[in-house]
Design a protein around this ligand. Structure first.
Ligand code: UD1
Ligand code: UDP
Length: 377
């Protein structure tokens, strides 16, 4: 069997690594296609190295651009590779422009698409990611929702065949790497941080960073933190902070360490030892609950509602008062802290990668890895 993986950004590399590994363990060498949506060393190559992935077969060097430029160029380049290679299935993960491009290019060549982390919905169609998720799910033949809730979203849209709830591969990645991170990373010493003595912050969502008004609200939150904090800044956010003249303000906040994006092992160690995490990232909401760290999400909705329902995540948006109220409660109310930290993990047992590989190998063996005529008859 010949599976092709199409990926291009930081979270896709991290979350697909366990699936790639599972295929390798079964003696199947997958074809690896990197669109180059992320291209800085610390946004891409560092993860390929740390996760010890096999060499990439195709580097497409799509790079940055407008939504259509990036998606369109990725489609054109992915199509060429898929036409030459004719894999049995194309795997994509998540909701980036790379995912949409990979799914569309593949399904139109009649190569079935398997969508890892299918069925997530924020129900906010102003997010580029929401459009990507919906379209990628409908272009896919085999769907791997991480949770029952995600499966129900697919069902509501009429997708019921070849749907397998697997858990989220984020848990596999955390379990496979947390111990290595604990041993190998010296990130706490490097930044002078004490375990449970700091807040870890990330923010990069377009809706938080692309308008000056919203970005300034984020900066105001950073200026009012009640505890030492560290903020590895995504290149998108760095660029916007500079553009809107907010960079000086952020870098001069006392008690806030600002740094470039970190490798996965450093970042995992920072997450595990954080007092709390504040983020607008999808993957980091999942990792926080997996690592038993309270999470305050800098958004007004989430496509990971399971984390909120479980009690490990609170949506605080860009509301300074609300964010401060929850931080204060976490600091002052031990029982509340314990409850958030001990929220049950809704994302499975860390064997999602293996399940996904097994299901695809089995479908292939039975001659079922093919595009069916219609979904709705
Ligand atoms: C993308 C995904 C988002 C995901 C995030 C993971 C889409 C629509 N968005 O957002 O869902 O959460 O990746 O991190 O696909 N840049 C660099 N170096 C890089 C990459 C980007 O400097 O290696 C800068 C460029 O100025 C670029 C900007 O960041 O224009 C945004 O990059 P892009 O890939 O378009 O979107 P992300 O914000 O990274
Ligand atoms: N991450 C990392 N270094 C960082 C920030 C994040 O290794 O400086 C990892 C993090 O552990 C998670 C993933 O990147 O696995 C999340 O990526 P991101 O927040 O960019 O994307 P999202 O999950 O929101 O799509």
């Amino acid at each position: 069997m010949k599976p092709a993986f199409v990926f291009g950004t930081r979270p896709e590399i991290i979350k697909l690594a366990p699936v790639i590994r599972a295929f390798l363990e079964r003696g199947v060498e997958p074809l690896l296609i990197h669109t180059g949506q992320h291209y800085d060393y610390e946004m891409s190559a560092v993860f390929l190295e740390e996760l010890e992935l096999p060499p990439i077969d195709y580097h497409l060097e799509v790079g940055s651009g407008t939504q259509a430029e990036q998606t369109g160029l990725a489609m054109i380049k992915i199509e060429k590779v898929l036409m030459d290679e004719r894999p049995d299935v194309t795997l994509v993960q998540g909701d980036t422009n790379t995912v949409l491009a990979g799914a569309l290019a593949s399904v139109k060549l009649k190569i079935p698409v398997a969508h890892v982390e299918a069925g997530l919905r924020s129900f906010d169609r102003t997010m580029p990611e929401e459009i990507n998720r919906i379209l990628a799910d409908h272009a896919s033949e085999i769907l791997f929702p991480p949770t029952e809730e995600a499966r129900k979203n697919l069902e509501r849209e009429g997708i019921t065949e070849n749907v397998y709830v697997t858990g989220n591969t984020v848990v596999d990645a955390v379990l496979q790497n947390a111990k290595v991170a604990e041993k190998k990373s010296d990130v706490l010493e490097r930044f002078g941080l004490r375990p449970k003595g700091y807040i870890l912050i990330t923010a990069h969502r377009a809706e938080n960073t692309d308008s000056r008004e919203n970005l300034e609200r984020l900066v105001e939150i950073l200026e009012n933190l009640p505890m030492k904090a560290i903020y590895p800044i995504h290149p998108r956010t760095r660029k916007r902070l500079q553009e809107f003249g907010l960079w000086e303000r952020v870098s001069s906040i006392e008690n806030l360490i600002v740094t470039k994006p970190l490798g996965y092992l450093d970042f995992l160690k920072l997450e595990k030892n954080a007092f709390a995490i504040m983020t607008d990232s999808g993957g980091i909401q999942e990792e926080a609950i997996t690592l038993n760290v309270p999470c305050l999400t800098l958004r007004y909705n989430t496509e990971r509602p399971e984390t909120v329902e479980a009690g490990g995540n609170v949506l605080v948006g860009l509301e300074k008062e609300r964010a401060m109220e929850y931080l204060k409660r976490l600091i002052e109310d031990e029982e509340f802290y314990r409850k958030m930290a001990n929220a049950p993990n809704p994302f499975g047992d860390g064997k999602a990668g293996k399940r996904i590989a097994e299901i695809l190998l089995d479908l292939h063996e039975r001659g079922e890895l093919r595009i069916k005529g219609s979904r709705f008859i």
